[in-house]
Design a protein. Structure first.
Length: 318
């Protein structure tokens, strides 16, 4: 397994493949300090990050420091979208070498693409012709709170629930929050594939029939109902394209920055964490609109500033 900062420098990188395996492994090198927040990203942010990853967009550096007893590190792989820490006492903390000061939310989102959890599954849809606004890929996150995905209509949910309970021959319709994620799927999707299964298959280099076998084994109930594995050969060209996209994304070098120990006082690390997470300024609605306008109309920047700096008109502007 790749080891961070083996070169003795404070700058290093991991491929996305190595990062995903490190943060979801049983003995992870990376952990979380006790002062970190819970997982706070909503499913839309998770899906947007993965759309960015698949499009080859950079998604920032991760800032870490050495793990030590005062920080009492947690394991990233035990967090998910339920916003709760799981099996805290089962972690071998001695294996954690570094803790994240900046990048926890991104790490959580990346982990979901490599390993589904009891409470959160990330899916990618092969059959959708209309990805969400601004996206090139259609991703869905199913959670225990929203087992049919966040973008499903009431009608779609009703139809999928009917298919599920009919297939399982259940006369009593259970509440959604009691359903296991292994028996639900994104109701708005056309041909959904669990992201972690697809990534592992892409990396394996095995033929499509192996992907079909993995789907049947991992989501047997779902496959029996909507026939994912059976439909896969119809999408062979789309699967090959997406496989190439994924393999390219897995090669991306994710930058890491090592912060030397400030001192033995954990409070200073907490202060550093707070300041790192206050560096960015949230864009206002006006800022976002102006940036979007400049994408479509590059001359807008100069035009607006010509007006703003005009000696007569500029005086009445804020």
């Amino acid at each position: 397994m790749t080891t961070l900062f083996a070169n003795g420098k404070i700058l290093d990188s991991l491929t996305l493949w190595d990062l995903g395996n490190i943060i979801t492994g049983e003995t992870p090198q990376l952990g979380l300090p006790k002062f970190q927040r819970d997982a706070v990203w909503d499913v839309e942010r998770v899906e947007l990050l993965w759309d960015s990853i698949l499009r080859g967009f950079p998604f920032g550096a991760f800032i870490v420091t050495g793990a030590r007893e005062q920080i009492k590190p947690f394991s990233i792989s035990k967090w998910d979208q339920s916003d709760r820490y799981i099996n805290k006492d089962m972690i071998d903390k001695s294996k954690i070498q570094f803790v994240l000061l900046d990048g926890q939310q991104r790490a959580n989102a990346i982990a979901l693409g490599f390993k589904r959890t009891e409470n959160t599954w990330l899916w990618i849809d092969l059959g959708s012709s209309k990805p969400p606004n601004g996206c090139n890929f259609t991703l869905f996150t199913c959670t225990r709170a929203q087992p049919w995905g966040s973008r499903a209509s009431k009608q779609q949910i009703y139809e999928m629930r009917d298919k599920l309970f009919s297939a399982k021959k259940e006369s009593v319709r259970r509440a959604d929050f009691t359903l296991l994620l292994s028996e639900t799927w994104p109701a708005a999707a056309k041909l959904p594939l669990p992201m972690d299964i697809f990534i592992t298959w892409c990396k394996s280099g095995e033929p499509i029939r192996d992907l079909q076998c993995e789907i049947r084994n991992a989501v047997s109930t779902v496959d029996e109902i909507i026939g994912i594995a059976e439909k896969i050969p119809e999408y062979e060209k789309d699967i090959q394209y997406l496989k190439d996209v994924v393999l390219n994304a897995l090669k991306y070098e994710v930058p890491f920055i090592l912060v030397p120990d400030v001192n033995a006082d954990d409070r200073d690390m907490g202060v550093l964490f707070t300041r790192l997470n206050k560096q960015g300024m949230q864009m206002s609605g006006e800022d976002i609109f102006f940036s979007s306008l400049k994408v479509e109309f590059p001359d807008a920047h100069d035009l607006v500033w010509d007006i703003y700096s005009d000696k007569t008109v500029g005086k009445i502007l804020p």
